[in-house]
Design a protein around this ligand. Structure first.
Ligand code: SME
Length: 162
């Protein structure tokens, strides 16, 4: 994403997220608001959701939290499955420009073409992630990655305040 209107949109969204962050009382409210803003304002973000690690689960499992978009069959994802599992177990952002070419991909919708998954950290440990699917190939450019990582960081900081 590189044209001027995309950059202005991201600036607007960052402002809205900052306002949301200052009025949110807790991490749960912040997560719900982030999902709502990203889904409504970022036109290529067709499915937006948080997966959080279930406390104490063996094996470690990601559980679907706040999301917007079509219902997904993947409400629980073990760490050895999917792009979601790979992002949580590596602690690294994963951007997939063409989901059909990634053997790790777990399909949620036939329309999905690209995906970004960004881990959420609390005191250096992964506690969950922000997952976004797009109906457009290669929808997540560097600015998108920065925006989504910023959102994940805000949630991590808020969870650290507990
Ligand atoms: N595609 C993800 C599964 C979650 S859905 O996108 C909502 C994955 O490969 O882990």
């Amino acid at each position: 994403m590189s044209n001027v209107s995309d950059s202005l949109r991201i600036e607007d969204v960052r402002r809205e997220i900052a306002q949301l962050n200052s009025r949110s009382h807790d991490a749960d409210q912040l997560m719900a608001g982030i999902i709502e803003i990203l889904h409504a304002k970022m036109l290529k973000y067709n499915w937006v959701g948080f997966y959080m690690l279930e406390p104490g689960a063996t094996p470690p499992t990601l559980v679907l939290g706040h999301f917007q978009g079509a219902m997904t069959p993947h409400t629980r994802i073990p760490l050895n499955q999917g792009i979601c599992g790979a992002a949580a177990s590596s602690g690294k952002t994963i951007v997939v420009d063409d989901v059909r070419s990634d053997p790790r991909y777990l399909a949620c919708s036939l329309e999905t073409k690209s995906e970004i998954v960004v881990p959420v950290f609390v005191h250096g440990n992964v506690v969950g992630e922000l997952d976004i699917d797009s109906h457009f190939p290669a929808a997540f450019a560097f600015e998108d990655r920065e925006l989504v990582e910023h959102c994940a960081q805000l949630v991590g900081r808020r969870l650290e305040q507990k």
